[in-house]
Write a protein that binds this ligand. Structure first.
Ligand SMILES: [Zn+2]
Length: 459
């Protein structure tokens, strides 16, 4: 139990609910058992992940299914071979990286790594601004440093070995380093204040802290979304207006037809990092800015870019974007409420080698536990997302007047990123926010032989 005057609210809740946590867990639990329960559940999660990825690999590797997909989608034998090699390389990479990072995380937790970081943070805090809030900030700083050092080699390998080998990487080592430094600066400038506010609320706001934290974090994410196009995105990329007349006219016609108020169309220099293509629109209130990756514009005909955009506008017009925001806000509230219930359970802190109940400890300890819950709930969010993708595809095909443009654009996107067009349904259920290409094209009723001319009519 902690004994700091600044934690009055916490201590009261801790002593109140510690008995109730005993009631929930039953008696006879000690911190070691909680630790090993966590380790077992994480290993169980890894077993499920491995089972799913192996199942998926044997599904897409089947010669029959490959031949069928090639036939239906018009993919050459050579191209399918490339796709298969890329998929297998990614499979091996994620297996090795996944195993090493889980082993690292569990080893760190088992030897009481969190407790050691806490001791260092406390020592630094005592020698500077002696407060629990500052200890928390040092603690998160140290944790961030440890996890970045651990994940850096994997990021580096993915960019400069895996993606490089398959011809997708366009980034230089200097660019890679600069991106990370900018990311760190943003984490400190934006993440620092919101983290401080959160730690402070947990400490002083009493029983209802979770409600204030919910409001604060939701407001912060809306603020970030609002700042993103104007202040954050330009730190990483250059944006230039669309100059191609055919493309510009096609987009403006579509925006008008769909009733989308646009604040301009920009092309983003995504090609400085990777050759994978995409399109999105940004803006929180009022007019939205449409952003196209230069890689998309280079790889496709204007009519195909317009079709991809029609799909994106479908997400907007069918309120997918608004509902995703609402779901996100509700989920944040639920998580904070859950955290407020778990916060006083001292035994969970002790199991990871921490001294006792602290605001920063709670954020770390329970996010580790919630990670397991999140994995189990993942199929729900992905099912909603995949359903929305089909709806947006349908929206695009209705508003363009045919399904051929979007179908050929999706095929082109697959080709430029060597995406595997098929996937085991169970693997998709867990991991895919987008349905496999084969399913999308079948749902669209796309037939590759019947290529139609561009038809974005103002009617
Ligand atoms: Zn979509």
């Amino acid at each position: 139990m902690i004994a700091s005057g600044k934690f009055d609210g916490l201590i009261m809740e801790a002593s109140l609910l510690d008995t109730s946590s005993q009631m929930i867990l039953g008696s006879g639990w000690d911190p070691k058992m909680i630790l090993w329960l966590f380790v077992s559940l994480r290993l169980g999660q890894m077993a499920v992940e491995r089972f799913l990825s192996t199942l998926n690999r044997s599904y897409y590797s089947s010669a029959d299914r490959q031949a069928q997909a090639r036939e239906l989608l018009g993919i050459s034998v050579e191209d399918m071979g490339k796709t298969l090699t890329y998929s297998n390389d990614k499979f091996i990479f994620s297996r090795v990286a996944g195993t090493l990072s889980l082993a690292g995380t569990l080893a760190f937790l088992i030897v009481g790594g969190l407790g050691r970081l806490e001791a260092v943070a406390k020592y630094w805090s005592q020698n500077t601004f002696d407060s629990d809030l500052v200890t928390g900030l040092y603690f998160f700083g140290l944790l961030g440093a440890v996890s970045s050092i651990f994940s850096l080699p994997f990021d580096y390998y993915r960019t400069f070995v895996l993606e490089q080998k398959h011809g997708f990487n366009r980034q230089t080592r200097k660019g890679f380093l600069i991106d990370r430094l900018k990311g760190l600066a943003i984490a400190v400038v934006l993440g620092g204040p919101i983290l401080s506010l959160l730690l402070w609320l947990i400490q002083v706001a009493g029983t209802w802290w979770w409600l204030y934290a919910w409001i604060a974090v939701s407001a912060f994410s809306i603020l970030t979304a609002w700042l993103y196009p104007t202040f954050l995105a330009p730190l990483f990329n250059k944006f230039t207006p669309v100059t191609d007349e055919a493309l510009k006219n096609g987009i403006e016609l579509l925006a008008k037809k769909v009733g989308f108020r646009t604040a301009g169309i920009s092309i983003m220099d995504a090609s400085q990092r990777s050759s994978h293509g995409n399109a999105y629109f940004t803006g929180v209130f009022g007019k939205k800015r449409i952003v196209l990756f230069d890689t998309l514009v280079q790889a496709m005909a204007p009519s195909q870019v317009v079709a991809v955009l029609a799909h994106e506008l479908g997400h907007f017009k069918l309120h997918h974007v608004r509902w995703a925001l609402i779901r996100g806000v509700l989920a944040t509230g639920f998580i904070f409420y859950l955290l407020s219930l778990c916060l006083p359970m001292t035994i969970f802190y002790q199991s990871f080698g921490l001294n006792g109940v602290t605001a920063y400890g709670a954020l770390v300890v329970f996010s580790l536990w919630f990670g397991i819950l999140d994995f189990a709930l993942q199929p729900i969010g992905n099912a909603i997302s995949r359903r929305n993708e089909f709806a947006a595809d349908q929206f695009a095909s209705d508003h363009i007047g045919n399904s051929q443009e979007l179908g050929s654009a999706l095929l082109k996107l697959r080709e430029t990123s060597a995406g595997m067009p098929l996937s085991h349904p169970l693997f998709s259920a867990f991991y895919h926010s987008h349905p496999p290409l084969l399913e999308r094209l079948l749902a669209l009723g796309y037939t590759r032989d019947k290529v139609q001319p561009m038809t974005v009519s103002p009617s």
